[in-house]
Design a protein around this ligand. Structure first.
Ligand code: AMP
Length: 219
């Protein structure tokens, strides 16, 4: 199955994609994670991407597309994948369609997580990420067992630079102008399912799993 998870920053795409990859046995491919890794490794692409990310702006399409195309070409993505944070512009969605078409493939389902802005700001300001393995926590909703330390690898937890409140507001604006048009794009193609993203992690997971199952029956 080839899935896209859409939604504003902080809607829970990453958390839900991680659960879904266990369930469906297909990899989560998160453009933000791929970019952060490139920045950490100081690759030429990472060095170019960093200043856009620090401002909460989108990284230019050509850089992101290069990373995604490489990742989709890896063997574990042959049976399917969950795209998280990509596509984010209409140009990226079209490029993705063409990329898949070259291999006689297409997207099966697009799930859009719907969460109001106020809820997002509350969620993101408490978000903490592990420096070593990228696992995510929330100071209130999903705290680690030991304050400031990752449950999985004991790595140090930090607040991403782009999770500061001003940058979050900028990222929400970017979502409205550049990414929201994708909802209509996928709706017009009959691929979109809207999922209420408010509630416990388990509630949202169950809604997503129901939508995936229903779509599987159609196929
Ligand atoms: P995320 O982890 O998905 O919130 O992404 C963090 C940052 O990485 C974003 O604010 C953008 O600067 C950049 N980014 C991630 N995915 C994309 C994408 N598909 N297109 C452009 N920029 C992206």
């Amino acid at each position: 199955m080839r899935l896209v998870l859409l939604g504003p920053p902080g809607a829970g795409k990453g958390t839900q994609a991680k659960q879904l990859q266990e369930e469906l046995k297909i990899p989560q491919i998160a453009s933000g994670d791929l970019l952060r890794l490139a920045v950490r490794n100081k690759t030429p692409l990472g060095l170019q991407a960093k200043r856009f990310m620090d401002q909460g702006a989108l990284v230019p399409d050509d850089l992101v597309l290069k990373l995604i195309e490489e990742r989709l070409g890896e063997p574990d993505a042959a049976r399917g994948f969950i795209l998280d944070g990509f596509p984010r512009t209409l140009a990226q969605a079209e490029a993705l369609r063409e990329m898949l078409e070259r291999n006689h493939q297409s997207i099966d389902l697009v799930l859009a997580l719907v969460v109001p802005d106020q809820e997002i700001i509350k969620r993101i300001s408490g978000r903490r990420t592990c420096k070593d393995c990228g696992a995510m926590y929330h100071t209130i909703f999903d705290p680690p067992r030991n304050v400031g330390l990752c449950n999985k690898c004991n790595g140090e937890l930090y607040q991403r630079d782009d999770d500061a409140e001003d940058t979050v507001k900028m990222r929400l604006e970017v979502y409205e102008t550049q990414t929201r048009p994708l909802l209509n794009y996928y709706q017009d193609r009959g691929l979109l399912r809207r999922i209420d993203g408010v509630g416990s992690l388990d509630d949202v997971r169950r809604r997503i799993e129901a939508a995936v199952k229903e779509d599987g029956k159609k196929a």
